[in-house]
Design a protein around this ligand. Sequence first.
Ligand SMILES: Nc1ncnc2c1ncn2[C@@H]1O[C@H](COP(=O)(O)OP(=O)(O)OP(=O)(O)O)[C@@H](O)[C@H]1O
Ligand SMILES: [Mg+2]
Length: 235
Amino acid sequence: MSTDPPLKELALHNITVRFGGLTALDDVSLRVAPGRIVGVIGPNGAGKTTLFNVICGFVNPTSGSLTLDGQPWRPRPHHLNRLGIARTLQGVGQFAGMTVLENVMVGARNRHAEREALTALERCGVARYAGAHPGALPYAIRKRIELARALVAKPRILMLDEPAGGLDSDEIRWLGTLIKEVGTTVLLVEHHMDLVMSVCDEILVLDFGRSIALGTPGEISENPRVTESYLGAPA
Ligand SMILES: Nc1ncnc2c1ncn2[C@@H]1O[C@H](COP(=O)(O)OP(=O)(O)OP(=O)(O)O)[C@@H](O)[C@H]1O
Ligand SMILES: [Mg+2]
């Protein structure tokens, strides 16, 4: 069992990220309260993955700051697991030379890693592939393995970057149920609007790195600025 104190708040304060002349995030602020499912949406290149990379410490903001539980916080990738923050990648990022079970054990945080990895695989409906090598498996199965690897840490904050990518509508429905049932704080980047609207408590909309709206699914779907920049356009 993980013994993390419960999350109080993760917050981004006026985060700007520049890559040379390109502004990937422009003065973005966000507060993530415990137990909330927070969606991050926006067109391709809007800065969604960059926002995740800032929270994970892969990208240092050009300006702005983060706080975790009210304390100034400089994220480092190798501290995330210990802090109870787990993330899936936009594609699939499994180690080729390891079995599915071994890949998921990498995410575990305690001595019963193997049993917990199997439990996580079961929860994601892919335990039967435990002994297989991920490279040989269909994409949708690998996305589930990716989820299991994040869930095995029993994270305080689960960050999902396009978990529905490449999944069919039945699988997306399954994913929606899992996200709602997981009972932890979730940050969800996703283009599938049905999924986002059905699972999220609140949604941040990015457009060219700017935060153009933050609100409940109902507020976001009726926001003319969002409809114009994103929801009106084909996904
Ligand atoms: N390491 C980097 N170096 C230079 N530019 C980058 C880097 N990472 C991202 N970018 C650029 O920053 C912008 C935002 O990219 P990001 O990957 O955050 O978008 P996204 O919203 O996740 O898009 P998608 O929906 O396609 O995944 C893009 O223009 C991208 O090309
Ligand atoms: Mg992305």
